[in-house]
Design a binder for this molecule. Structure first.
Ligand code: GLN
Length: 454
């Protein structure tokens, strides 16, 4: 804990930590020491973590990197952080992210962006998003691991951009209680770690049924670490042909076939599969996620949490809402709220939202059919490229940024577990990651495949 606290101060230039909690960290570290001395050392005992700013942490600023939550200190602790602390973990502070987890580059944060510790020819690179601060902090050894959340790729894409491991569990594996909601039917929290083994231990500690989240599953949490045998003989790995996108960079294609070769060498069988509705996933996601976000973000009204605009004489409650939300939400969040309210409006509901829900069901069925045919895991690239430079994506065309999620959103739409593992470097020496997608509730088996690739 002490060396992480020193590293965090030395690593300020990365912009990964937006709020440091050294007093809490030292107190928790002392308690962890006492537990170890007493011979009661749970799995995460004394492990210093960074916590994404999306998690509510009691008495500690929790802003979801938004101005609208300025000054908000929750009265309660999220279920995930409660579980981690019960398992002995130490909180070093809160980590940077895209505002309300909307973005792929950490550039929508009210704190300014976090920076990727990987450097190339003086270019400043994004650590990815939305869990960009988490990825940067873990990759730069400011903490041993960090929490992330993933609605459309926000754990896996930043993990791939920074050369670390990130797993989005099956929807319902981890309680969402106390995590600021973006799109409730897609959001899941997960670990971002240096290794697959760390991910297994961390995931175990944060998982499990929570009566406070009705979508959390009442299922036992298996021993994920015990599943890491490295034995994948006879397993069937599917390579979905629809993920072989036009214009895919040669090095991503090579990474993908190298990964398949590694799994084959370990005794797995590689099969060609089809997920025919893949091309509709991004459009469906960018209807469903903003629709749910517009509803979830309605609660930021200037009354209940955080910021309220200064009002002029004669302003009524409508002006209070309008001014507060105009000041408090950044541009991307406002765009999502507008898209969301549009696709949910009476005249367009059937044409957009309902249609997107039907497409979502077809995407889920594609996966079910492949798994029913005996496929154990699906291997794809995690991202269409290595980390890009900050400011390099056109701000005039948000769709350019949305295309980053092309390989990851299907997994959220289908509620499946997906893991990003670092597998190689591109020709500039930047990390590249592959994604493995598994059967629901089989995170252990999924991580075991990732273990072979790592
Ligand atoms: N980049 C995606 C978005 O902006 C995913 C974000 C996420 O997973 N939280 O919606």
């Amino acid at each position: 804990t002490m060396s992480c606290l020193t590293a965090i101060d030395a690593g300020d230039a990365l912009g990964a930590f937006v709020h440091k909690t050294p007093e809490i960290a030292l107190e928790q570290a002392r308690a962890a020491d006492a537990r170890i001395k007493a011979g009661d050392a749970p799995a995460m005992c004394g492990i210093p973590l960074g916590i994404k700013d999306l998690f509510c942490t009691k008495g500690v600023p929790s802003q979801a990197a938004s101005n609208i939550l300025r000054g908000f200190r929750p009265e309660y602790e999220s279920t995930v952080t409660t579980k981690l602390f019960d398992a002995g973990a130490v909180m070093l502070g809160k980590l940077n992210m895209d505002e309300f987890a909307m973005g792929s580059s950490n550039e929508t944060s009210c704190y300014g962006n976090a920076v990727n510790p990987w450097k190339v020819d003086g270019r400043t690179l994004t650590p990815g998003g939305s869990s960009g601060g988490s990825a940067a902090a873990v990759a730069a050894d400011l903490c041993l691991a960090a929490t992330g959340t993933d609605t459309g790729g926000s754990i896996r894409q930043p993990a791939a951009f920074t050369g670390i491991v990130g797993i989005k569990p099956t929807y319902g594996r981890v309680s969402r209680w106390g995590i600021v909601a973006f799109a409730s039917s897609l959001d899941q929290a997960g670990p971002m770690t240096k290794s697959v083994r760390d991910a297994a231990i961390f995931l175990q500690a944060m998982s499990g049924h929570d009566p406070k989240d009705s979508t959390s599953a009442d299922l036992p949490v298996p021993d994920f670490e015990a599943a890491l045998t490295g034995d994948i003989r006879g397993k069937k790995i599917g390579l979905p042909r629809e993920y072989r996108m036009d214009g895919m960079p040669a090095e991503i294609e090579k990474l993908w076939s190298d990964g398949a070769a590694m799994l084959k060498d370990a005794g797995a069988e590689i099969v060609d599969i089809s997920l025919p509705h893949t091309k509709y996933a991004l459009p469906a996601y960018y209807v469903i996620a903003p629709a749910e976000a517009s509803s979830n973000l309605a609660r930021y009204d200037g009354v209940r949490y955080g910021h309220r605009a200064t009002l002029s004489a004669g302003d009524g409650i409508t002006e209070m809402y309008e001014k507060t939300r105009a000041e408090g939400f950044g541009k991307e969040v406002q765009r999502r709220v507008m898209i969301g309210t549009y696709v949910l409006s009476a005249g367009f509901y059937d044409a957009y939202y309902n249609r997107a829900r039907k497409v979502r069901a077809l995407i889920k069925r594609d996966f079910e059919q492949v798994f029913a045919a005996g496929v154990d895991a699906i291997l794809t690239p995690a991202t269409p490229s290595a980390a890009f430079g900050l400011g390099e994506m056109s701000s005039a065309d948000p769709i350019e940024m949305y295309l980053n999620d092309v390989f990851t959103v299907t997994v959220n739409l289908a509620g499946l577990p997906g893991v990003a593992v670092p597998v190689g470097l591109d020709k500039q020496g930047l990390p590249l990651g592959l994604q493995l997608i598994g059967r629901p509730w089989e995170e252990g088996a999924l991580l075991n495949h990732a273990y072979v690739l790592e």
